[in-house]
Design a protein around this ligand. Structure first.
Ligand code: NAD
Length: 252
């Protein structure tokens, strides 16, 4: 069988780069997509089997062009990882509409656009989509009116995709990472937020990029061939906890 192709968005760094490397280790080729051309070419430079494509996933024309370019290069797409995302945290009243749109256009519009543009290729390969949401899409939290809502949208979008695309053999699943020390998270996680996360997470720590990538890869692989429409938190147990548990734990 010809080498399979994973299209990974937001692949220049963080979770997307770790996911790219894991696909390559498993013998796949990877189309690395990112809008940060400098970071992307640096990251792709030494990766055998990966080709870098500069595109902004929130721009429909760029998405259509880049999917065509990927198909010209590889002639197939077996998995799509919608990972590109932005975070901007702030109180509701200070979140102006421009910030709301900036978050929505990458986090939600981007997932819609890239998935839609790749459906014909995924129908041929009977491939898989994995969308990256967040624990912020599962549990509401302060300062995340746009970010949390965009990620909740990604969770439901995934279920819509699974429902409609299953008959073509396309699977769609969603991964909700807990906190990982990437550039995105460190820009919005203050020392207080970091300490609070450590307290609230049963495993008492942040996750690593590779721990998230392993779940993404599993969902794209044949090992998950009967799994679709699922939302899996890779979050150290954060989502499973109830109200007030950190205080109870620290008093023991
Ligand atoms: P990161 O900032 O390290 O990487 C994100 C990448 O996406 C960057 O290379 C950036 O250039 C690219 N990108 C952003 N907008 C883009 C666009 N419109 N078009 C193309 N590329 C774009 O972030 P990360 O932490 O690795 O985040 C990856 C995903 O994981 C995001 O969807 C994020 O919301 C989600 N997530 C991260 C965490 C965390 O704690 N790090 C937690 C939950 C969810």
């Amino acid at each position: 069988m010809a080498e399979r192709l994973a299209l990974v968005t937001g692949a220049a760094r963080g979770i997307g780069l770790a996911t790219t490397k894991l696909f390559l280790q498993n013998g796949w080729n990877v189309a690395m997509i990112d809008r940060d051309s400098e970071a992307l070419s640096l990251s792709a430079k030494d990766l055998d089997g990966a080709v870098a494509f500069v595109a902004d996933v929130s721009d429909q024309n760029q998405v259509d062009d880049v999917v065509k370019a990927v198909l010209t290069e590889f002639n197939r797409i077996d998995a799509v990882v919608n990972n590109a995302g932005v975070a901007d945290f702030g109180p509701i009243e200070e979140h102006d509409f421009a910030v709301w749109r900036k978050v929505m256009e990458t986090n939600l519009d981007g997932v819609f656009l890239v998935s839609q543009a790749t459906i014909p290729a995924l129908r041929k390969s009977r491939g898989a989509i994995v969308n990256i949401a967040s624990i912020s899409g599962l549990r509401a939290s302060t300062l995340r009116i746009a970010y949390g809502t965009s990620k909740a949208g990604v969770i439901h979008l995934t279920k819509q995709q699974a429902t409609e695309l299953g008959e073509f053999g396309i699977r769609a699943n969603c991964v909700c990472p807990g906190p990982v020390r990437t550039k995105l998270a460190m820009a919005v996680h203050s020392p207080e937020i970091i300490a609070a996360y450590h307290d609230a997470i049963p495993l008492n720590r942040y996750g690593s990029e590779d721990e998230i990538a392993q779940v993404i890869y599993f969902l794209c692989s044949d090992k998950a061939s009967y799994v679709t429409g699922q939302v899996i938190a890779s979050d150290g147990g954060f989502e499973s906890t109830g109200v007030g548990l950190p205080a109870l734990r620290s008093s023991n």
